[in-house]
Design a protein around this ligand. Structure first.
Ligand SMILES: Nc1ncnc2c1ncn2[C@@H]1O[C@H](COP(=O)(O)OP(=O)(O)O)[C@@H](O)[C@H]1O
Ligand SMILES: [Mg+2]
Length: 595
């Protein structure tokens, strides 16, 4: 098309309005998101580059019936993004720093494919390029800088059905398939996916799958807050007393099992035995003492000369120092003589302070669904074996991708499970880093990917989210230094902790229909994007706005299809309803339920 057909009608420091004089000549493919170039005056190798953000129709009909109305012409609103210089052959792109010299020159044209490719690969060496999408306006694959994409946290946001899960699958499938040479076997990528809907197993046939039945998490690595969150009832007015008893007993049990270590406190990540702690709590709750000597404990079978009918003997009862008492109480659940006799008095906690608490703990320990957290394996597992299961070394099988299927994990421990795993991996990175020589970098960088992240890191300050929020926010703030980065996936970005989002450097923003979420995402994105963000509600499935440090220019892209695909959680209601009536095997369902 003749470039004289373009007429610049308005210029500002960041944008340009271009009228298309005769639309009938308009045969080139222009689209929202297309890139155009405007030459500098008297310079045929340097161009200002802009992106079409908007177009409107300029109707020149003056409303007078007498005159013939001319066909409407179009005005393109172009956001200026940078300049390219093609002098040395390959185009070099520079962000910003434009400014259209006056009077504006004509010769406007769409960027050629080569120029576009040149722009997107500017300052990105070949081995850093990582591909998973192409421009929506042209069939050009868009490279992102793989290092900058993975070492600075990224977020994938979009309403349900916008294509987030497929995007996750595509990005990770690409990451695990890249190799820097000809070698057999796996590359060195380590990716952990927190999969709440069980959809990723299908997309990663070689992944290691962890779930409530084969996962072992050391409960002894829970920190003080988490232990309290698990065992104490926040609504109980005795909460404070319960907390101090719990702290004391766990600390003592840690001392018992870690005799060589000097300073041990409640939060120390040291082994302890939860069954012993339970025994002790039970005993403290039910104990009775000699009414005349409070250091004598009325343990059935241990009270010499004691006779329930006899109200006198002060010797009766097992004499124990406080220390010996706790150690004895760890051993088993004891039976105490009841306070039906003058010589037997109630223990301190006979008033019911600990009742709900002990019951809660007992329920947790007996719950088969919590076996992964409180079973014997969880007591005995080492830090090393714990980490190994998450970064692909479980049972000496190797895997790049570890999927933690959170589906079978009871809701009450979900936040804690996620926080514990996150913290263990952060600590792994942290201590790994300490073993390195100066200037050396980690050899095992890890990506942690959270599906439905608003569940673990919401804006809410409620206690039940505290654990996972703290752990993930810490990774957001410090993880990069130690080779632990985050991928945050969410359909409700406006509900996610701002700390997390403000630390993300790369965004894949997919269709967003909720205005609150749209506004939130617009606020997070750089201003220069202007109206591009207006397209968020109208994007098709798999289309996205790709923004961030890893990409030369913010771009509207179509994510390439992943293969194999994640499992869809959509149930085809109508298809299933049209089938003949099916009977239900209630027995199987009930068995599942009861376990
Ligand atoms: N890149 C893509 N191109 C075309 N269609 C896609 C693409 N990604 C996803 N879709 C389609 O969009 C639908 C929703 O995808 P999904 O990844 O489950 O979305 P979300 O995780 O955001 O709910 C799926 O039916 C899928 O086939
Ligand atoms: Mg999804």
């Amino acid at each position: 098309m003749d470039s004289n057909n373009f007429k610049i009608i308005n210029v500002s420091s960041t944008s340009l309005s271009i009228e298309i004089v005769d639309p009938t000549q308009f045969d080139d493919q222009f689209n929202l998101g297309s890139y155009i170039k405007i030459p500098y005056k008297n310079n045929d190798t340097k161009f200002v580059v802009g992106i079409i953000e908007n177009y409107r129709i300029k109707d020149e009909d003056n409303g007078d019936d007498e005159t013939d109305s001319t066909p409407p012409s179009f005005v393109l609103e172009v956001k200026l993004t940078g300049t390219i210089d093609t002098e040395g052959g390959a185009p070099i792109f520079e962000r910003g720093g434009h400014g259209i010299p006056l009077p504006p020159n004509n010769g406007i044209a769409l960027l050629t494919e080569e120029e576009l490719n040149g722009i997107f690969t500017t300052k990105m060496s070949e081995n850093e390029r990582f591909y998973f999408s192409e421009l929506t306006t042209k069939e050009i694959r868009i490279p992102v800088n793989g290092n900058k994409f993975f070492n600075k946290h990224f977020a994938i946001v979009g309403s349900t059905g916008s294509g987030k899960s497929h995007t996750v699958a595509k990005v990770i499938q690409e990451a695990v398939s890249q190799k820097n040479g000809q070698y057999d076997g796996l590359n060195n990528s380590h990716i952990v996916i927190f999969d709440i809907h069980g959809e990723y197993e299908q997309a990663f046939p070689d992944a290691q799958i962890l779930n409530a039945s084969n996962l072992s998490l050391p409960y002894w690595m829970l920190n003080g807050d988490e232990l309290e969150q698990l065992f104490l009832d926040t609504g109980d007015r005795n909460n404070y007393n319960q907390s101090s008893v719990l702290r004391k007993i766990i600390t003592e049990n840690k001392k018992k099992h870690n005799s060589g270590i000097d300073k041990i406190h409640f939060d120390s990540p040291l082994k302890f035995d939860i069954t012993e702690v339970y025994n002790c709590l039970y005993n403290v709750q039910t104990e009775s003492i000699n009414s005349k000597a409070s250091n004598r404990y009325m343990v059935v079978g241990e009270c010499e000369g004691y006779n329930a009918g006899d109200s006198t003997t002060i010797e009766s009862g097992l004499e124990l120092t406080q220390e010996a008492r706790i150690l004895k109480y760890f051993e088993s659940k004891l039976e105490f003589y009841p306070n039906k006799n003058q010589s037997v008095a109630n223990g301190v906690y006979a008033d019911g302070t600990l009742d709900k608490f002990v019951e809660r703990l007992e329920n947790k320990l007996q719950n088969l669904r919590l076996e992964f957290l409180f079973g014997n394996q969880s007591r005995d597992i080492s830090f090393e074996d714990t980490v190994k299961q998450f970064i692909g070394f479980r049972d000496d099988n190797k895997a790049n991708v570890t999927i933690i299927n959170l589906g079978g994990i009871p809701f009450e421990v979900l936040s804690i499970t996620v926080s514990l795993i996150s913290r263990i991996l952060f600590d792994f990175g942290f201590f790994f880093n300490k073993t390195l020589q100066q200037g050396e970098k980690t050899k095992t960088p890890i990506l942690l990917l959270y599906e439905e992240a608003h569940i673990y890191v919401p804006k809410s300050d409620l206690l039940k989210y505290k654990a996972s929020k703290l752990a993930i926010e810490r990774i957001a703030k410090e993880g990069r230094k130690y080779g632990v980065t985050l991928g945050i996936v969410s359909q409700r970005p406006s509900e996610i902790s701002e700390t997390i989002f403000s630390q993300c450097n790369n965004f894949i923003a997919m269709r967003l229909t909720n205005p609150e979420d749209q506004n939130y995402v617009k606020r997070l994105l750089p201003d220069t994007l202007g109206n591009l963000t207006e397209t968020l509600p109208t994007l098709q499935s798999g289309e996205a706005l790709l923004i961030g440090e890893s990409i030369v220019l913010p771009s509207l892209v179509k994510i390439e299809r992943c293969d194999p695909e994640p499992k869809s959680s959509d149930i085809e209601y109508f298809e299933i309803w049209k089938e003949q009536w099916k009977n239900v095997n209630f027995e199987n369902i009930l068995n599942e339920w009861k376990n």
